[in-house]
Ligand binder design. Structure first.
Ligand code: NAD
Length: 422
């Protein structure tokens, strides 16, 4: 007889997002019609992107942009280039952006975009052509007062520069406010590249402090070593946290004496992966989630902590650098086990906060200093943390339930005040 491990069906992101909204709607006793409006994206666009390859052949990709909600302002959200992108994933990520912007009281609705493409298998000119065609297909859909993209998985400040140029050229004017996360030379903001990581670190330290762990050189494991994970690992290490395990999509590396994050960044710059780092042991990526650490910081993709592995998590705190890394079933298991989960819409909002600062700077045509940005980022992260933490303590609810309910209430209020057209 062969024994096989039970297969866990991981709840897809859109089902998770809808379930979280349904719980908030029930708690807030929202009218059914309003709940239904908040569940459905306001606008969606799916586009075909034919790419002339470097060898002259043509391959056609699919891209999406979903504007989930526009009640509180123009839509805001990242653009992802990944082979796992599909419309439902983009819908979920757009809904989470709506709640994140509302939780931080930013004058935005939520959006997300994505192209189903693995950028690792394409040259830079091919990625540029895909980006420009995607942006031009979205056409009037995006712009400073309509919908403002930013980087996400597989995209970066160069992608944003191409989008800005495509939108600007199409309209015959220069529109720096059309995207955020641009290069500094094009009106990007100081502090934007590190902003998400900085916010994650601020919140992680606060969570560790709430458990009295901060003075005892706490330990961390960070999943994902990209724009968010690498910065979060570095900033945690610089704040005295011993980062003992780090992973990427190829595997993980572990060193219980603490990983030298700068040295690991150099290794990744040379090899493209954390695997094979000389000052640590290679372990399986999944093993990182069960590492014996104080705080686990998932900074990769959705659904990585699920019903099948939540009971193996040994960290006492999870800080969600990624969007949607914990499924609702895992949330329930972790809650029963007393693990504190700091939800994505609170933990990783540093990026959209400084994106907002960048957009405000574009409107003012005035650059803010790095110190001002860092100070305001820290202040807004702490303010949101305090509001969510205090309310969660008062109501004896989880941080996710509390954060989502606050955000949904704000969006619902905006809907109600605006009324229905016609
Ligand atoms: P990125 O493309 O820069 O990095 C992603 C990293 O995750 C890479 O190291 C990749 O190898 C790794 N990865 C992918 N699949 C993995 C897996 N199954 N296991 C372990 N590692 C895996 O992307 P990013 O911008 O750092 O985004 C990471 C997450 O943070 C996403 O969920 C994104 O939506 C979220 N986020 C990003 C920002 C931002 O400003 N970039 C802001 C808020 C939230």
């Amino acid at each position: 007889m062969t024994l096989t491990a039970p297969i866990t069906i991981v709840t897809p992101p859109l089902a998770s997002a809808k379930q979280q909204l349904a719980e908030a709607a029930a708690y807030l006793e929202l009218d059914r019609g309003l709940h239904e409006m908040l569940e459905k994206p306001r606008r969606e666009m799916t586009v075909s992107i034919p790419l002339r390859r470097d060898d002259g052949s043509v391959t056609t990709f699919t891209g999406h942009r979903v504007q989930h909600n526009l009640s509180r302002g123009p839509a805001k959200g990242g653009i992802r280039f990944s082979s796992s992108v599909d419309l439902d994933e983009v819908r979920a990520l757009a809904m989470w952006m709506t709640w994140k912007c509302a939780l931080f009281d930013l004058p935005y609705g939520g959006a997300k975009g994505g192209v189903t493409i693995d950028p690792r298998f394409h040259s830079r000119p091919e990625i540029e052509r895909v980006t420009r065609r995607y942006a031009s297909e979205l056409g009037e859909f995006i712009g400073p007062e309509r919908d403002i993209p930013a980087p996400d998985i597989g995209t970066d400040e160069q992608t944003m520069a191409w989008i800005m140029d495509t939108v600007s050229t199409g309209r015959g004017i220069t529109l720096p406010g059309a995207v955020t996360g641009k290069p500094l030379a094009l009106g990007g903001s100081l502090g934007r590249p590190d902003a998400t990581s900085r916010g994650v670190a601020v919140v992680a330290l606060q969570a560790l402090s709430s458990h009295g762990m901060l003075p005892h050189r706490p330990t961390a494991a960070v999943q994902g070593f990209g724009k968010v994970g690498a910065g979060a690992a570095r900033m945690l290490a610089e704040s005295g946290v011993r980062v003992v395990a780090v992973s990427d999509q190829y595997g993980a590396v572990c060193n219980y004496n603490g990983i030298d994050i700068r040295a690991l960044e150099q290794h990744v710059a040379g090899t493209g992966t954390v695997v094979g780092f000389a000052h640590g042991d290679d372990i399986a990526g999944e093993a990182l989630l069960a590492a014996e650490v104080d705080v686990l910081v998932p900074c990769a993709v959705e659904g990585v902590v699920h019903a099948g592995n939540a009971h193996t998590v040994r960290a006492r705190i999870i800080v969600e650098g990624a969007n949607g890394p914990t499924t609702p079933e895992a949330d329930a298991i972790l809650h029963d086990r007393g693990v504190l989960v700091v939800p994505d819409i609170l933990a990783n909002a540093g990026g959209v906060l400084v994106s907002y600062f960048e957009w405000a700077q574009a409107h003012q045509a005035y650059r803010w200093s790095a110190s001002l940005i860092e100070e305001r980022l820290r202040a807004r992260m702490m303010e949101a943390w305090d509001i969510v933490w205090d309310e969660a303590q008062r109501r004896q609810r989880s941080l996710r339930e509390t954060a989502t309910a606050i955000a949904v209430q704000r969006v619902a209020e905006a809907h109600t005040l605006r009324g229905l057209y016609p």
